[in-house]
Design a protein around this ligand. Structure first.
Ligand SMILES: NC(=O)c1ccc[n+]([C@@H]2O[C@H](COP(=O)([O-])OP(=O)(O)OC[C@H]3O[C@@H](n4cnc5c(N)ncnc54)[C@H](OP(=O)(O)O)[C@@H]3O)[C@@H](O)[C@H]2O)c1
Length: 303
């Protein structure tokens, strides 16, 4: 597994990170399988794990904590998010006040069984919320040794662009995949400013494959329902990338990840998986470059 620097944080991360979110964190998903995926990822060289206080209705973070129990986490980069929380009944609420973010970070440390969070990210802040009080609170978490690096996750390009100009922000997580080439200018800007760049949703949530072909288990139904409710645009755009799943030398998921990793400004691609065969397939792509003709086909499909 190849590694890359996480911007100027002094941290190094495996170029493929494992996302501990969504179905992976749900109690309905077998705990032994979920923990087994994390253990296998560690054994295969993954050092970056990304989760969030509100992920999987608040269940993902403590589950990752249980997965890390008894493991040597000293070489791992464990990233989590703050500013959103599970308000009960599956409802996600947000409190992006500095006090709530600090309290959330302290809870995350307990959930994860760690003394320091490698990376604390604000989960979808607005530009107005990135005010002096918030930046001071984030810096204070670093001074107190509760967070090694701080950053944010946003799907809003204007927020990312603003964050890139803030000295207090170390890392940005953006939605970057074959369906989102428009993120490349922003990613270049972030890297030029010394920020670590994490690519979330690097598989475009699987939307390059036909929805029906993906329905094999309860998790697929859950992801399909989410796609129909929230990601119809991606479902439609994904049709242009069906050819990725007919390549001779790589699977479609490997090609999608290789596309993200071909961008030298990306520190790591953080994917989600609930099947061990998916995890293995994805990790095999580290160090395997995307063939020039496939890259050209992707560019053509994007235009
Ligand atoms: N989605 C968001 O809104 C969001 C927002 C912020 C941050 N993030 C971060 O990004 C991470 C990844 O996001 P994500 O899980 O939503 O999207 P993703 O990684 O783009 O896609 C996950 C989907 O791809 C499937 N998959 C994985 N490997 C596969 C393979 N080799 N072949 C076929 N299908 C495969 C998974 O199926 P199986 O479950 O069957 O393996 C799952 O349905 C999250 O865990 C989180 O850390 C996501």
């Amino acid at each position: 597994m190849l590694s890359r620097p996480l911007g100027r944080t002094g941290l190094t991360v495996s170029e493929l990170g494992f996302g501990c979110a969504s179905w992976w964190g749900k109690p309905r998903f077998d705990e032994r399988v979920a923990l087994g995926l994390v253990h296998e990822a560690i054994d295969r060289g993954v050092t970056l794990f990304d989760t969030g206080a509100s992920y999987s209705a608040g269940e993902a973070e403590p589950r990752l904590g249980r997965a890390l129990k008894g493991r040597d986490a000293s070489g791992l980069v464990v990233a989590t998010k703050a500013g959103t929380y599970h308000a009960g009944g599956g409802r996600i609420a947000r409190d992006m006040s500095p006090a709530a973010v600090v309290a959330s970070a302290e809870r995350s440390l307990r959930n994860l069984g760690l003394e320091t969070l490698s990376l604390l990210q604000l989960h979808g802040p607005s530009i107005a919320e990135l005010d002096d009080a918030m930046l001071a609170a984030l810096s204070d978490l670093k001074t107190r040794g509760l967070a090694r690096a701080v950053g944010l996750n946003s799907f809003d390009p204007a927020v990312i662009e603003h964050a890139v100009g803030l000295a207090a922000i170390d890392v940005v997580m953006v939605d970057y995949n074959v369906l989102r080439p428009e993120r490349e200018a922003l990613i270049a800007l972030a890297a030029a400013a010394g920020k670590g760049v994490l690519a979330g949703m690097p598989l475009a949530m699987g939307h390059t494959r036909p929805l029906l072909a993906r329905l094999r288990g309860p998790q697929d139904l859950w992801y399909a329902a989410r796609a129909v409710a929230k990601h119809r645009d991606e479902l439609a755009r994904g049709r242009r990338f069906r050819f990725l799943h007919r390549l001779p030398d790589m699977t479609g998921s490997q090609a999608a990840l290789a596309y993200v990793l071909a961008n030298p400004n990306v520190s790591a691609a953080v994917f989600g998986a609930t099947r061990a065969e998916h995890l293995r397939e994805n990790l095999e792509v580290s160090g395997r470059p995307l063939a020039a003709n496939i890259a050209a086909q992707i560019r053509a499909a994007q235009s």
